[in-house]
Ligand binder design. Structure first.
Ligand SMILES: Cc1ncc(C[n+]2csc(CCOP(=O)(O)OP(=O)(O)O)c2C)c(N)n1
Length: 296
């Protein structure tokens, strides 16, 4: 019998393959679009951009216990682009950290689901973020703590290229290259669009992979599509392929992915999803989910 996303979510403790991850990400994108429309607030563009990356980490890669969110040996994840909080909340809820029904309280006054993730309120948040540029330094601290305490957990930091514009990121890049903590990975959601313009208009990063290599990082040389779960799993295999630290992967992604009229548009960074846009967009997202489920 054909499976659907609800069947997959009932067995969330196992390691999912690329087709299953693609279906889950398509479903999560629909939940995010629904939530942001309902609440009339939040960040669609960057959340849609990273849907496959966060889904693949939590449903294929990370060593975690959702019923024990502060387990000392868990892998750590820092969403340095904290404005994509609705993406992280959707993944965490469906991974078992809190009830998916709570996603509806996104950005309601007093809710645990703040506009930007708060580690003191919500289980599963390893670090509060929102002010861009902090994630890499904090992740480095976590990775160095693992080294000191002889633990083998991994620390993953997800940034946007706009997040990398912050000078603090480059201090962390230099320090990480000096201390070389094991199991420390920078993942760049490289959609080349920021809040009020494109990367080229705001701060050209080209070539990001060469810059990271020059800063002493072990950078994945493969060209990877961060909205393609097959490519993401290839990058995970690369992370395990040698012992040279720290590691970085730059994924090409599309801001506003999944809804044709929001793709690649900075105007959809944090715009309210009005009723008309919702009605058009949800049809596209539903079709994508149906196609991904049919491929299971
Ligand atoms: C220190 C700081 N400056 C400015 C902002 C406002 N801001 C929020 S998101 C954003 C652009 C982020 O671009 P990017 O990191 O590429 O994110 P993505 O495209 O993935 O959404 C800006 C400028 C902020 N949150 N923090």
């Amino acid at each position: 019998m054909k499976k659907n996303v609800m069947d997959l979510l009932s067995e969330k403790e196992r390691t999912f393959n690329e087709k299953e991850l693609a279906a889950l990400a398509a479903y999560f994108r629909m939940v995010m679009f629904d939530t942001l429309h309902e609440r009339g607030t939040g960040h669609w563009g960057g959340s849609a951009s990273s849907a496959e990356l966060t889904t693949s980490l939590y449903f294929n890669r990370m060593h975690i216990k959702s019923d024990e969110p502060t387990w000392e040996d868990r892998d750590r994840f820092i969403l340095s682009k904290g404005h994509a909080s609705v993406n992280l909340y959707t993944v965490l809820a469906n991974r078992g950290y809190f009830p998916p029904s709570e996603i509806a309280s996104f950005r309601v006054m007093g809710s645990r689901l703040q506009g930007h993730p708060c580690m003191h309120k919500l289980p599963g948040i390893d670090m509060s973020t929102g002010a861009l540029g902090h994630g890499l330094s904090i992740g480095l601290g976590m990775a160095l703590a693992a080294k000191l305490s002889k633990k083998t957990y991994w620390t993953y930091v997800l940034t946007g290229e706009g997040c990398l514009n912050e000078g603090q990121s480059w201090e962390a890049l230099m320090s990480a290259a000096k201390f070389k903590p094991e199991h420390f990975v920078l993942m760049v959601d490289y959609n080349k669009v920021q809040l009020d313009g494109t990367e080229d208009q705001i701060m050209p990063m080209d070539s990001l992979t060469e810059k990271l290599s020059a800063f002493g990082w072990n950078v994945c040389k493969q060209k990877l599509d961060g909205n393609d779960t097959e490519d993401i799993l290839k990058s995970f295999a690369w992370m395990d392929s040698d012992d040279v630290w720290p590691k970085a992967v730059v994924y090409d992604t599309v801001k506003g992915k999944g809804v044709s009229f929001t793709e690649g548009k900075n105007t959809w960074h944090g715009a309210v999803i009005d009723d008309d846009s919702y009605a058009k967009g949800i049809v596209e997202l539903r079709k994508d989910l149906e196609e991904k489920e049919a491929a299971l």
